[in-house]
Design a protein around this ligand. Structure first.
Ligand SMILES: Cc1ncc(C[n+]2csc(CCOP(=O)(O)OP(=O)(O)O)c2C)c(N)n1
Ligand SMILES: [Mg+2]
Length: 599
């Protein structure tokens, strides 16, 4: 190799440095020591964070982006090391979160010989087939000089259009093979690309006409608004036309939940005012939202939406999502922030649009009536004082203790349903969850990524006992990197969300959904607080509702890693005005109100 040549590993690392990637998260193996060697050389420019399970690295990269909007990278070895990653890739893929996964593979000279850890029975070095359905694209350079092209194209694919994770699969020898004298420059290839495309101008005019003519309009926002940086323009439009704003679970926090026009969550367990306003609306403006089954009461009309007769305007960066599940009166492919700015400019340019506030007063009053009915329905849960702790009270106590700048990363399970219903986030990144793939462990591990992204902000994970036990290795990572994260383990001694389905749909034929001691049959779990202490982390147990917010405040004040093991009841599911169907087994019933049938 000539003196000025960079090898493949050096080109990748140099490119990451040029893209100002501050961290790579991952786990070693023989397949990626060449890459680690390149990271070693640049330790002052990019920090290498070593974890104890590869999916933890992926979840960290994911939540890092959700908090600060910057993609990072992961490193994993060949074979099993990278086979631990797809769960995190899929999670990011379905929630449109970019990160670059640098995966090791066997040496090119050993392709198709069945070398240690090679997947070769269908095709040589076949990790790309393993992850094809799990990420936006796979690149596999097989010569050193292919690396510069692969890295710049991989980065572009990851961040343009609808963002998503991309895999750069690098055979062992390529990390150390001569690649180029220079690394591609982001400012020549990727830094100056904008995908903030606006909507067709005629479509904008039509959208404004429809918004002005509507009597009962609702705006529905998804995470496209949060991660697209459109929250401020959303509020501007909502206030300008006095239109109430509902959100999908992924859109939670896109508008401050205490804003007078904040309507609430649309979901099976969404409040009455949100579901009822949306299903009786004459116009729905949907922004950066997918209409999955959990946002739409399994598409059963009259619970969350009634489209038609409700007219739908659906705006998304990805036209694949438009008219996937509902017919559209107007579908516009656009970046939601640009679209909102176009609409605001169009409103500005029109004379005599009248007093939007007055036109909307009746609709907003009607919604206030729905809200009062709902608030009376849920009021008792806030003062429940049982032990184990009532889950609504638990969610409320946690919410109460969190300062406005806290980042709450939820895991997957019934606790997530309670949190999205009863927390009151004020910022787009106040409450983070996974709604597409929903892998257990997302919140347990993701909170570490949040803390790297926002070192000064309080970062808390609320996670199930099942998920925490699955990924308890995070305790060590918090200690090793001095991360003052807090885990509130929502301990209900069960995979409670799934046991709830057995109870609700299968006549209570429970199997494999709770944790019991073999001798006594009583609920069993390890002592999570003691487990934390064994790792060098403060760990406490809480059994009473009144103690939960105090425990959390103490943990927050400590600025040290902390675990609160909270004993929380499992027998209740959060009810709402929507439903969820498990085809073949039936559908749930709304806890409040019924099905709306348009006249
Ligand atoms: C990796 C993974 N395995 C299985 C599931 C299916 N699943 C969804 S929620 C759940 C139960 C989670 O239990 P726990 O973490 O205790 O949360 P809880 O529902 O009790 O709040 C399971 C098994 C999943 N989403 N992800
Ligand atoms: Mg549980």
């Amino acid at each position: 190799m000539s003196k000025n040549m960079l090898d493949g590993g050096q080109v990748i690392v140099d490119y990451l440095v040029r893209e100002k990637v501050p961290y790579v998260f991952g786990l070693c193996g023989h397949g990626n020591i060449g890459f680690l060697d390149a990271l070693y050389e640049r330790a002052n420019d990019i920090k290498t964070i070593s974890v104890h399970h590869e999916s933890v690295a992926g979840f960290m990269a994911d939540v890092y982006y959700r908090v600060c909007g910057k993609p990072t990278a992961t490193f994993t070895s060949c074979g099993p090391g990278s086979a631990n990653l797809p769960i995190a890739l899929a999670n990011s893929f379905l929630d449109s979160v970019p990160f670059l996964a640098v995966t090791g593979n066997v040496p090119t000279g050993q392709f198709n010989r069945g070398a240690f850890q090679e997947l070769y029975r269908h095709y040589q070095a076949d990790f790309p087939s393993t992850v094809r359905a799990y990420c936006k694209r796979v690149f596999q350079p097989t010569r050193g000089d292919m690396v510069p092209l692969a890295i710049r194209q991989a980065w572009k694919t990851m961040v343009t259009g609808r963002p998503g994770p991309v895999v750069l699969d690098v055979p062992f020898d390529i990390f150390k093979e001569a690649a180029a004298e220079e690394t591609p420059k982001p400012e020549e290839w990727n830094a100056n690309i904008s995908c903030r495309c606006g909507a067709d101008p005629e479509g904008v005019t039509k959208a404004v006409d429809m918004l002005l003519a509507a009597k009962r309009p609702v705006i529905l926002v998804g995470q496209g608004v949060k991660y697209g940086g459109a929250a401020a323009d959303l509020v501007r439009l909502a206030e300008r036309l006095r239109i109430p704003v509902a959100w999908s679970a992924s859109g939670t926090g896109a508008i401050d939940t205490r804003h007078p026009l904040a309507l609430g969550l649309i979901a099976r367990n969404g409040p009455y005012q949100a579901n009822h306003a949306a299903r009786t609306a004459d116009l729905l403006l949907a922004l950066g939202v997918r209409f999955d089954d959990r946002t739409s009461s399994s598409w059963l009309p009259g619970y969350s939406f009634t489209i038609p007769p409700t007219k739908l305007i659906h705006v998304d960066i990805d036209p694949d999502e438009i008219a996937r599940n509902y017919p559209v009166e107007l579908g516009l492919m656009a970046d939601v922030r640009t679209f909102l700015q176009q609409v605001l400019a169009e409103l500005e340019a029109r004379d005599g649009i009248g007093d939007a506030a007055a036109a909307r007063a009746k609709w907003l009053d009607t919604i206030d009536g729905y809200r009062r009915e709902w608030n009376a329905f849920i009021a008792p849960g806030f003062v429940e004082d049982a032990s184990p702790i009532h889950p609504q009270r638990a969610a409320h106590e946690i919410d109460k203790a969190l300062p406005e700048d806290a980042i709450l990363v939820s895991d997957i399970g019934v606790h997530h349903n309670w949190l999205i219903q009863f927390c009151t986030p004020r910022r787009p990144d106040s409450l983070i969850g996974s709604m597409g793939f929903g892998p257990m462990g997302f919140g347990v591990a993701g909170v570490l990524g949040a803390q790297f992204a926002a070192p000064e902000r309080p970062c808390v994970s609320v996670c199930g006992d099942g998920a925490f036990f699955m990924h308890a290795s995070v305790l060590g990572t918090a200690v090793e990197y001095d991360l003052p994260v807090i885990w509130v383990v929502w301990n209900n001694f069960a995979y409670a969300s799934i046991r709830g389905l057995q109870r609700g749909y299968l006549g209570g034929r429970e199997l494999a959904t709770d944790f019991r001691h073999p001798d006594t049959g009583t609920p069993y779990n390890p002592d999570f607080a003691a487990m934390a202490r064994s790792a060098g982390i403060e760990g406490v147990n809480v059994d009473r509702a009144a103690d939960l917010s105090d425990a959390l405040r103490t943990a927050l004040a400590s600025r040290r890693p902390y675990l609160i093991n909270a004993n929380i009841g499992a027998d209740k599911n959060p009810g709402g005005a929507g439903v969820w169907e498990l085809p073949g087994l039936g559908q749930s019933q709304p806890a409040f109100g019924g099905r709306y049938q348009p006249q």
